[in-house]
Write a protein that binds this ligand. Structure first.
Ligand code: PFF
Length: 453
């Protein structure tokens, strides 16, 4: 009897629509939500920043996510292959930009995620109990000054990401996300619930949701849009790659909306979990990048059952980071599997190893390479983060919005979205946003960053 063939036998497909949404939410929810969102909200005055951030998600984030998913599902290809087959020529470079961004971002993402694993390990050994209160403020400096410790945890983290991606679309990516995401959500809701009812709860809610426009300026606006792209994993083909594993019945607008909604909820819930404890113990909300590694751990030692909260919080951070890291790795791996015909095994192991190697200078940038400044007075890690978040992603985002709005024909986009008998009533709104509004907003951010505006 002939074996029934699936349409794309050599590539993976999600086993269900829920699997696709979970995995995409896993990619979106990451260090960007739990580590970065609270501290940049703190630095830009709170409520007004949050409101503007939500505006960016609505007018740029959701439309662009749908655009990436449409391109991915239509071509069933990696970013390079997708742009090559749709238009070719110079547009192929947009795919390349994505693959390079995946490589660069994961290299330092693995280092910061390694810090989270280190802190989880410390918490599991009881380091944030009240008896250790005096030692906690130095923990972060100690970690940053130890090259071996950072390299070790970076390696552990990267090995876990590689292990998951080796399993492929269903048995690796989908299964890992289906386990990690519900746990992540439960922990977060618990921590946010605790935050709201703690003495600093009302002050934190006021800080997060009361817009004080006097504290908000154009820098905050740029930061909000950049953060919206980073947080939704847009501008580098991650959602395109995940969309390429979706079947024709998947309702893409619903998926794009659900993923963006979940991502925004997680960012807000992280703020609701973190700021109340920061306020209760009289710390400053504008603690900067050290907010979760310096300020929070001090607070844990003063809270009742603080060490347990520390374990939960850092487990949350590690899961969030891992589910995003696997999507970054998958973008690069999918290129080598599709275009270079490498086996998934070879691609994952080799690429994973090279990304780890490229991350080594980031792990050393606060110790051995402390004096080495790559861009301005930034060390290596800060420079690659700056390069990726301020150049690669906005540029990629801009080009993908222009491609979706101006190059992709209306017929193709509409047909792709409405496959599986979905009537998409908001098509004109989406098309208007992706054609006129999103490119202009992203272009403003980009031109401002490169100093042309
Ligand atoms: N969205 C992730 C975060 O918020 O941490 C980061 C990220 C993952 C960016 C995957 C881009 C990407 F392709």
């Amino acid at each position: 009897m002939p074996i029934p063939q699936r349409s794309k036998p050599q590539r993976g497909l999600w086993s269900s629509r829920l699997g696709f949404v979970m995995a995409s939410a896993g990619s979106a929810v990451g260090l960007g939500n739990i580590w970065k969102f609270p501290y940049i909200t703190g630095m830009h005055g709170g409520g007004a920043f949050v409101l503007f951030y939500i505006f960016c998600i609505l007018v740029v984030g959701i439309p662009l996510m749908l655009g990436e998913m449409v391109i991915g599902r239509h071509t069933h290809k990696n970013p390079v292959g997708a742009f090559k087959s749709l238009k070719g020529g110079a547009w192929t470079a947009v795919g390349w930009l994505g693959v390079i961004a995946g490589f660069v971002i994961l290299s330092y993402y693995g280092v910061v995620a390694g810090w989270a694993v280190d802190y989880l390990w410390l918490a599991l050994r009881g380091a944030f109990g009240s008896q250790h209160a005096s030692k906690v403020p130095e923990l972060f400096t100690e970690l940053l000054s130890s090259d071996l410790r950072q390299l070790f945890w970076q390696a552990v983290f990267m090995a876990s990401a590689i292990g998951i991606v080796l399993g492929g679309v269903r048995k690796g990516l989908e299964r890992a996300n289906k386990i990690m995401m519900p746990i992540l959500f439960l922990i977060l809701v618990f921590l946010a619930g605790y935050g709201i009812f703690s003495p600093g709860g009302p002050a934190a809610l006021h800080f997060l949701f009361y817009p004080d426009w006097s504290k908000f300026d154009s820098r905050g606006m740029l930061e909000a849009l950049g953060q919206a792209l980073f947080s939704l994993s847009l501008g580098m083909g991650a959602m395109l790659t995940y969309g390429s594993y979706a079947d024709e019945k998947t309702n893409l607008p619903t998926a794009a909306f659900s993923v963006s909604f979940m991502d925004t909820c997680v960012a807000l819930l992280s703020g609701i979990a973190i700021f109340p404890i920061v306020f209760t113990y009289g710390m400053l909300p504008a603690g900067g990048p050290g907010l979760v590694f310096k300020t929070l751990p001090i607070v844990f030692t003063r809270m009742p059952a603080g060490n347990m909260f520390a374990v939960l919080f850092f487990l949350l951070l590690v899961f969030a980071a891992l589910s995003s890291a696997i999507s970054l790795l998958e973008v690069v791996v999918s290129y080598y599997c599709d275009e270079q015909k490498w086996s998934r095994h070879k691609a994952t192991l080799l690429i994973g190893f090279f990304i780890f190697l490229f991350g080594v200078p980031s792990a050393l940038s606060n110790n051995l390479l402390k004096e080495f400044h790559l861009i301005g007075d930034r060390n290596f890690l800060d420079s690659v983060d700056f390069l990726a978040s301020n150049y690669l992603l906005p540029l990629g985002g801009l080009l993908i919005t222009v491609f979706t709005g101006w190059v992709l024909t209306t017929r193709l986009a509409k047909e792709e979205i409405e496959k599986g008998a979905v009537r998409f009533h908001f098509y004109p709104v989406w098309h208007f946003l992706i054609k006129y509004i999103s490119p202009v907003l992203v272009a403003i951010v980009f031109l401002h960053t490169v100093g042309l505006l």
